[in-house]
Design a binder for this molecule. Structure first.
Ligand SMILES: NC(=O)C1=CN([C@@H]2O[C@H](COP(=O)(O)OP(=O)(O)OC[C@H]3O[C@@H](n4cnc5c(N)ncnc54)[C@H](OP(=O)(O)O)[C@@H]3O)[C@@H](O)[C@H]2O)C=CC1
Ligand SMILES: O=C(O)C1=N[C@H](C(=O)O)C[C@H](O)C1
Length: 278
């Protein structure tokens, strides 16, 4: 889906969190494509250029977004920072009329409301995971959940030891998918300890943090003397970066509103039947 090369001018994207694991990956992925170019990149702490792109001070970002960047305002923002930062960038995008893609996870309820408020003014696309395989996993999970009434469900995610939020944003999206389909599952149990059997209505949620694991999500269904495990493993962060840039290309010029990665895949003709990305 990357690098169509069809358009004359590349989409000019802004990147926030440019010094982070994902921000660096987005800048490097953009360098290898001809349909996008990084117009401006910022990071909270000062850092050296990333893949030849100068990284500016985050405090200057509202002005850069409003048009002080070389060649004027960017066409879209790609954000991988943290929840509070992403909310403030959504507000800046709404003020400047710039569409926003955010892959940031770990939002609390009120912060999601703030993102939604920004989407009244500009297109906002939030996705907990920009891997196409995760969209396929979520579709498979919904089908399995519908086909296996009464089966126990346990979700396990594994990430690198630098990840802050737990469970992962993707895990929360998958839990929402299962709960949409299985009305009887209404109690998330985070880890297990003590002395009691599993109760009906529970979904077990397990978060592991170890080494440099990019990101793994596994959903176990068990019952009727059988079990199924559905698993996605991200091979590297380029998978997420490519998906985020595909989303940026897709969102430019859209009407204000709330979008998810399924909308982007839908436009490509292979929409995942998921419950969106709350
Ligand atoms: N949706 C998806 O597909 C994916 C989502 N993610 C999510 O993306 C987010 C970032 O992950 P990751 O890159 O690993 O995290 P990192 O901690 O490696 O990077 C975050 C970066 O954001 C910077 N930052 C924080 N606040 C601001 C700000 N206000 N302005 C500019 N820069 C800022 C940090 O700078 P400093 O170091 O100076 O604080 C840091 O460089 C997480 O929420 C993660 O869960 C990750 C992978 C895929
Ligand atoms: O922090 C990460 O690394 C990742 N975060 C996302 C999440 O929280 O689901 C997506 C991916 O799993 C990597």
């Amino acid at each position: 889906m990357s690098g169509t090369g069809a358009s004359a001018e590349p989409l000019r994207v802004a990147v926030t969190g440019a010094g982070g694991r994902m921000g660096r990956e987005v800048i490097e992925a953009a360098r290898d494509r001809d349909d996008v170019a990084v117009a401006v990149a910022v990071n909270r702490s000062p850092i050296d250029p990333v893949a030849g792109v100068e990284v500016r001070d985050a405090d200057d970002f509202p002005e850069l977004l409003a048009g002080d960047a070389p060649d004027g305002a960017p066409d879209a923002l790609v954000d991988f920072t943290g929840p509070a930062s992403a909310v403030s960038y959504a507000e800046a995008c709404a003020d400047a009329g710039v569409p926003m893609i955010t892959g940031t996870t770990g939002f609390a309820g009120g912060q999601i409301d703030s993102l939604h408020a920004a989407s009244d003014a500009v297109p906002v696309l939030k996705a907990s995971n920009f891997a196409r395989g995760v969209a396929a996993l979520r579709r498979a999970v919904r089908e399995a959940a519908a086909a296996l009434p009464g089966y126990d469900v346990e979700l396990t995610e594994t990430h690198h030891n630098g990840k802050r939020d737990a469970p992962s944003g993707t895990a929360k999206s998958i839990l929402g998918d299962v709960e949409d389909v299985r009305d009887d599952l209404d109690k998330r149990v985070y880890g297990r300890e003590g002395d009691a059997p599993r109760e009906s209505g529970e979904i077990g949620v397990h978060a592991r943090r170890a080494g440099d694991v990019t990101g793994e999500h596994e959903v176990l269904f068990a019952g009727n003397r059988e079990s199924i495990e559905l698993t996605h493993r991200a091979g590297d962060r380029g998978v997420f970066a490519e998906g985020a840039l595909d989303a940026a290309v897709w969102i430019a010029g859209r009407d204000p509103g709330w979008y998810d990665f399924g909308d982007v895949l839908d436009a490509g003709g292979d929409a995942p039947d998921t419950g969106g990305d709350a």
